[in-house]
Unconditional design. Structure first.
Length: 302
């Protein structure tokens, strides 16, 4: 039933990572439940994989079952999009724009799946996926029962949701958007794409490494060290802090901190996970020393 020793670097945007002991692509609910039952029977750990765009996999791989969600159906009815978790975010953004809907404009150019986007409450330019979520349908991995979550029950906050704690598998969701009545929207999208292109390298990466933080949560001494132009929507930029430590372009092995955006680490020359981890540790140490701030990772590491 399961594939064995599948290289995970081929399933992540970082292009880094060793083999999964077992690997399975679930294309429907029946397949997913069957795989979970088998894993439970053999008592092996499970990791749910979406688009692999926010993930760093250990060089030794994963000693368990990696379940890749490949469900890919969606439909648009008036201002509502009902979609399975395996549909790519890019496809849904494109479909919503084509249907004359607005609400996901901020996500243009962002890779990954809807399931992953909801799991980490993906966001950009002051918005996030949580603002469009009406409800979520998920599968409990213990009792294999279906549960429906309202937006409030998802407990969304900055780059997180309840699914990080309860480990329920996101199956599908209902998004509520708005009709686009303005031509200004097109110009906004062009600007978002331009800004994204300016910060993304040609090399493989996992996007932002560290989470930003609310400016108001910093102590007064630290607040004085951060220029006002680096504060956006009440959030300070983790990239600015890393850059201020002189780490742009810093290399360890085949990995380096991007010259375009210091909150991105790129795989420029067959990097290994240990190279990326070393850069992450270095950045955290330097920022802590200079600003007294403990950076927290946005990417998932297994």
């Amino acid at each position: 039933m399961f594939q064995k020793n599948v290289l995970l670097k081929n399933h992540t945007s970082f292009k880094i990572g060793g083999p999964a002991k077992y690997f399975f692509e679930a294309r429907n609910l029946k397949d997913l439940i069957k795989a979970l039952k088998e894993a439970k029977k053999t008592k092996i750990p499970i990791f749910i994989l979406g688009g692999g765009t926010n993930l760093l996999v250990n060089d030794k791989g994963y000693e368990g079952l990696v379940l890749k969600i490949k469900t890919a159906k969606y439909k648009i009815t008036n201002k509502t999009i009902t979609t399975e978790a395996g549909v790519s975010l890019a496809e849904i953004v494109g479909a919503s724009l084509k249907a004359g809907l607005t609400g996901l404009d901020w996500a243009v150019g962002i890779p990954g799946t809807l399931g992953g986007a909801v799991y980490g409450n993906c966001g950009a330019f002051g918005s996030s996926i949580s603002k469009t979520i009406k409800n979520i349908v998920a599968l409990n991995t213990e009792n294999l029962k279906i549960k429906k979550y309202s937006n409030k029950q998802c407990q969304f906050s900055y780059r997180r949701s309840v699914f990080e704690e309860n480990k329920d598998i996101i199956l599908s969701m209902e998004l509520r958007l708005e009709k686009n009545k303005s031509k200004i929207n097109l110009e906004t999208i062009k600007e978002y794409l331009k800004r994204r292109k300016e910060r993304i390298s040609i090399y493989p990466s996992a996007g932002s490494i560290f989470k930003n933080m609310r400016f108001e949560n910093l102590n007064k001494k630290t607040q004085k060290l951060i220029p006002q132009e680096k504060i956006n929507g009440g959030m300070w930029s983790a990239g600015y802090l890393v850059e201020s430590c002189g780490l742009k372009g810093k290399r360890i092995g085949g990995a380096k901190i991007s010259e375009k955006q210091a909150n991105i680490i790129v795989n420029f020359k067959k990097a290994e996970a240990k190279d990326v981890s070393a850069l992450i540790d270095l950045a955290k140490k330097q920022v802590k020393k200079k600003f007294g701030i403990a950076l927290k990772e946005e990417i998932i590491m297994i």
